[in-house]
Design a protein around this ligand. Structure first.
Ligand code: IPM
Ligand code: MG
Length: 358
């Protein structure tokens, strides 16, 4: 039994479509397992800019700080692309939420569901019928938040962005990765560019130091260029990947594409303690917004992560994941994951089927 306050940021584009289904799943799990959810809906992203002239109003940030967890749909769209960086939904809302709430650990699982194994663009003899990689991306440091600006250079104006990491920041993300690995296949691959970058040398040294506390976990280090290659050459090498903000941004997109179905992938952004923000990996897909075409599974699986990481309710999380697998095994598909012979179903129907299975 528990009562949870969830700040809901539906955001832009298909955000409202998919979050509505995920809220239905929360309520359904609540009924079955005896939990109560109080939803506090606020505006963030382009919709907030339209209403208040800023992508992350103070009221939204306050609500986020006061809740137990955040459920986010997606932010952004071409309508707001012309705005200066600090007013754009991506930097003005998403990056500000991450930094203001201390959400430094970004967990991005890239999983191939058995029923969808032929969706991967990688040859079957390489991928087999399953893949399960967890990317642990540092989310509040590095070049995303470093010193930046313009200055007069030798050849006129130049722009710069600084990649800086403290031992403290590296250590705490490494601990998250090793802890996750202990519950999985006990293998961490740390990705850096230590053959060139000072920040990566400190990264490698610090991760190696943290590894001493986890003698059961095998640690290997990989340069980011090689890792990009190994991910498509031999994806089964990887269990847990830990890496910096910018490398994690790139590598997690690559890992998600290997699964072939970005509409399926959830994510969690965690602070110290139990607080977290949960969102699908995909974007706001404005071209199909409000048309009952979006795949709600990534957001629904994000709710499963919420149960696991913020509420410490693994049974509830597993119930959601089982329901998703069952619906896929029965052959139900939204347009994004439909094969040639499939008759696709809509967002709402997919949500309803998953709830029925729970
Ligand atoms: C992501 C996105 C964001 C990032 C953008 C929208 C700022 O690409 O969450 O991976 O770069 O972190
Ligand atoms: Mg990205």
């Amino acid at each position: 039994m528990g009562s949870y306050h969830i700040t809901v940021l539906k955001g832009d584009g298909i955000g409202p479509d998919v979050v509505t289904e995920a809220m239905g799943v929360l309520e359904c799990v609540g009924k079955k397992y005896g939990h109560d959810f109080v939803f506090n809906e606020k505006l963030a992203g382009g919709c907030a800019y339209d209403a208040y002239g800023e992508p992350l109003p103070e009221e939204t940030l306050e609500a986020c700080k006061n809740g137990d967890a955040i459920l986010l749909g997606a932010v952004g769209g071409p309508k707001w692309d012309h705005l200066p960086a600090n007013l754009r939904p991506e930097a003005g809302a998403l990056l500000k939420l991450r930094s203001s709430l201390g959400l430094y650990a970004n967990l991005r699982p890239a999983i191939i569901h058995k029923a969808l194994s032929d969706a991967s663009p990688i040859k079957p003899e390489i991928i087999g019928d399953s893949l399960d990689i967890l990317v642990v991306r540092e989310l509040t440091g590095g070049i995303y938040f470093g010193e930046r600006g313009y200055r007069e250079g030798k050849h006129g104006e130049e722009a710069y962005d600084v990649e800086a990491y403290s031992e403290f920041e590296i250590k705490r993300i490494a601990v998250q990765a090793f802890e996750a690995a202990m519950k999985r296949n006990k293998h961490v691959t740390s990705i850096d560019k230590a053959n060139v970058l000072e920040s990566s040398k400190l990264w490698r040294r610090t991760v190696t130091e943290v590894a001493k506390d986890y003698p059961e976990v095998e640690l290997d280090h990989m340069y980011v260029d090689n890792a990009a290659m190994q991910l498509v050459r031999n994806p089964k090498h990887f269990d847990v990947i830990v890496t910096s903000n910018i490398f994690g941004d790139i590598i997690s997109d690559e890992a998600s594409q290997i699964t072939g179905s970005i509409g399926m992938l959830p994510s969690a952004s965690l602070a110290d303690g139990a607080f977290g923000m949960y969102e699908p990996i995909h974007g706001s897909a404005p071209d199909i917004a409000g048309q009952d075409k979006a795949n709600p599974i990534a957001t629904i699986l994000s709710v499963a992560m919420m149960f696991r990481y913020s509420f410490q309710k693994p049974d509830e999380a597993a119930a959601i994941e089982r329901a998703v697998d069952a619906v896929l095994a029965e052959g139900w598909r939204t347009p994004d994951i439909a094969g040639p012979g499939d008759v696709p179903i809509g967002t709402k129907k997919m949500g309803q089927l998953i709830r029925e299975h729970i």
